[in-house]
Ligand binder design. Structure first.
Ligand code: ADP
Ligand code: ASP
Ligand code: MG
Length: 242
């Protein structure tokens, strides 16, 4: 059983039409006979909105409750995406971080994944189900919900790919790959067909948010090839990070 891990960012799942659009990428792999695990972020600007709501109350939230609040967006998107897939006739099962479980340290707001227990996911895949996992969130040893830092769903995807011994992970986003500069800011930016982990890490550390810096480090460590591609422009081959 070849396991494919696909991750879709917030702009790729911003509304119901877009949720059904990502189902095309998912079911294409499923129809080829692959086992598919999908990681999904909160819809559109949901996480920003949760932070805005928090700020109406306090600038100094307790870190535990902060993570409990900002992780909520992904709960909505996994449940909805699994429903969309079922609506299309596929069996799907949604998981929150604690349900997998994705175990992290207790560094609230910027937690690190320490272990992913894969047995439930594998059982579902063996039954033919598409597994949909909430990005950005985990659980610490005290049973508290943690988050992995802004943009952390990329890291969830790589952590799952590594734990499932998948050699590659597809990161679908709103641009068709990694560019020399932010293509939304500089129209002359050049898309890379391929880029090294080292170079990508340097770019991520310098603010190229197309990939979360922790995800690049983890992929390098676990030898997971990252393919960054567009959710919307199917003809583009994207960028391979390896
Ligand atoms: P997602 O919601 O899919 O995780 P992000 O907004 O986190 O998407 O990341 C994609 C965005 O990263 C792009 O829309 C682009 O504006 C920005 N970006 C910044 N630097 C780069 C770069 N060097 N190459 C590609 N995209 C970049
Ligand atoms: N929803 C989270 C954020 O906005 C995680 C992510 O998008 O990867 O930062
Ligand atoms: Mg992102």
């Amino acid at each position: 059983m070849e396991i494919i891990v696909q991750k879709f960012g917030g702009s790729s799942v911003a509304n119901t039409d877009k949720l059904f659009n990502v189902c095309k990428h998912i079911t294409k792999e499923k129809n080829k006979g692959n086992a598919v695990v999908v990681v999904v972020s909160a819809q559109g600007k949901t996480t920003d909105d949760l932070i805005r709501q928090e700020k109406e109350i306090t600038d100094k939230p307790n870190k535990r409750e902060h993570d409990m609040l900002v992780s909520v967006g992904e709960q909505i998107s996994v449940a909805k995406l699994a429903m969309c897939l079922e609506e299309l006739g596929y069996e799907a099962k949604a998981y929150l971080g604690w349900q997998v479980p994705i175990i992290t340290d207790s560094n609230f707001g910027d937690a690190n994944v320490t272990e992913v227990k894969t047995s439930k996911v594998i059982q579902d895949l063996e039954k033919g189900k598409i597994v949909v996992v909430a990005g950005f969130q985990g659980i610490d040893k005290n049973g508290d919900i943690t988050t992995l830092g802004r943009g952390g769903s990329d890291t969830t995807a790589i952590a799952l790919a590594a734990a499932l011994n998948s050699k590659k992970c597809e990161i679908f986003t709103d641009v068709d790959g990694v560019y020399s500069e932010d293509p939304n800011k500089n129209k002359n930016a050049i898309r890379y067909d391929k880029i090294s982990y080292e170079k990508m890490l340097e770019m991520a550390n310098n603010g190229a948010r197309v990939l979360h810096n922790k995800c690049v480090k983890l992929a390098q460590e676990k030898k997971v090839k990252i393919i960054v591609k567009s959710t919307f422009k199917e003809e583009s081959q994207g960028t391979i990070v390896e």
